[in-house]
Ligand binder design. Sequence first.
Ligand SMILES: Nc1ncnc2c1ncn2[C@@H]1O[C@H](COP(=O)(O)OP(=O)(O)OP(=O)(O)O)[C@@H](O)[C@H]1O
Length: 321
Amino acid sequence: MPPNPARHADAPAVAIEGLAMRYAGKTAVDDLSLQVARGSITAVLGPNGAGKTTTLETCEGYRRPQEGRVRVLGLDPVRERRELLPRIGVMLQGGGAWSGVRAEEMLRHVAALHAHPVDHDLLVERLGLAECGRTPYRRLSGGQQQRLGLAMALVGRPEIVFVDEPTAGMDPQARRTTWELLEELRGDGVTVVLTTHYMDEAERLADTVHIIDHGRLIASGSPLELTRGGSVSTIRLVVTRPFPPGAPESLTAALGPGTSVTLLDSLSLLVTGPADASTLARVSRWCEEQGVLPESLTLGTRSLEDVFLQLTGRELEEHAS
Ligand SMILES: Nc1ncnc2c1ncn2[C@@H]1O[C@H](COP(=O)(O)OP(=O)(O)OP(=O)(O)O)[C@@H](O)[C@H]1O
């Protein structure tokens, strides 16, 4: 059946209900439900192994949901794959191109599969691929492979693109270009679903962030909603000698209700809550009572990093590759 964008025109770009996926009995995705609005950029954020790629692969039709239901543009990605495929763009982790093929040939090949591909030369220039057009895929740098993967996802003028860790391995310039490109796509009404474990990427780009950990959705909202407006609300305490046992509990008791304390490592901890003068004074009084010498006491705005830390008790980046 030829693509018919009018079918399910009111359906969300992505609707996932109760998705569960297991590999050899090990749970990768656990009762996950989320929706993606059309024309938005949505980031699925989580550490390595959280289940991001598996979730995306069910949306792309590469994996059949073991439990639950997945719809993309109102269509079943497995049963209605032929109808859906021309309408989606997919950037796989690890590129998805044949190892011996030249970059430009690969892009032309993918373009030829689509009825109305975008201007190939424009895409090559935009993504800085001109200089490596004749280079075999396996000889491209990691960042060039990423950029080619992105070009392959976009060349077919998709209504929705799934990009798996789009800027992993890219240099800062290529990262910025990629972000601008994804923002332009949103400006043109294209829906972008990306996975990332870069907080700054999610914070900068996404209209909605879904944080997942161990296959479960643990928080959803706009970056502003999740960080409560980025108000000053964290104190990072770094000390010169390891904290005594039970330090987080004892500091929590000293600060009273409304604050939470997370031990980051043996020499640093994060206080989340009102970071006002009285909290600061109590933290330094507690240091004095415990006989620990602060090396630094830093006020900060609550970031997605802090949200993740508070929800899981772990830092995201230490899990990042
Ligand atoms: N083909 C597979 N066979 C067995 N286990 C798998 C397979 N693919 C993924 N897993 C496991 O499922 C879990 C989720 O993996 P997934 O790749 O979806 O996570 P992710 O959040 O995308 O991680 P990353 O950020 O490292 O890409 C992990 O524990 C992973 O080891």
